[in-house]
Design a binder for this molecule. Structure first.
Ligand code: HEM
Length: 133
């Protein structure tokens, strides 16, 4: 007979390594954006101080992957896609975002490689889906 006390499957948030791992990924992402010439156009779209973005993106990714919903509590009713509509994202800048994030995930390598690849793939699709031209 099946047990009724099975442990629930780990959420993507837990498999990635929680907020500590997401902060590592996010910090690497903005470090790459700040230093790599390949991401210069993307960098230029952001405010000079990336510290608020480091905080905001890591908290967004935490809630989105099944962890604490701090970002949503701080931003009630805010929609990530509508929020990006005024930025004039095109295929080039969407690809820069997706590539920087894929590199950041690879560089900080969560131990669970299947979830690391799944994370890179789904964020790649999300970023490219925001391109309007
Ligand atoms: C497609 C390429 C993307 C571009 C060019 C882009 C660009 C931007 C820019 C210019 C800002 C405002 C930053 C500032 O004021 O300094 C921003 C904010 C933000 N973006 Fe993106 N973004 C992209 C994709 C994404 C994706 C896929 C996510 C989520 C997975 C994301 C998450 C965020 C978050 C959390 C904020 C801050 C919102 C807030 O807390 O107010 N972005 N983005």
């Amino acid at each position: 007979m099946a047990s009724t006390t099975e442990t629930p499957a780990a959420s993507p948030y837990e498999r990635i390594g929680g907020l500590v791992a997401l902060r590592r990924i996010t910090d690497r992402f903005y470090d790459l954006m700040e230093t790599e010439p390949a991401f210069a156009t993307l960098r230029a779209m952001h405010a000079p101080d990336l510290a608020p973005m480091r905080e905001s993106l890591s908290l967004f990714l935490a809630g989105w992957s099944g962890g604490p919903r701090t970002w949503w509590e701080a931003n009630p009713g805010k929609c990530m896609v509508s929020l990006h509509a005024p930025f004039g994202i095109n295929h080039e800048t969407a690809a820069q975002w997706a590539d920087a994030m894929r590199n950041a995930i690879a560089d900080t390598a969560p131990g669970d490689t299947a979830i690391a690849e799944a994370l890179a793939d789904v964020l790649d699709r999300m970023a490219r889906g925001m391109a309007k031209a």
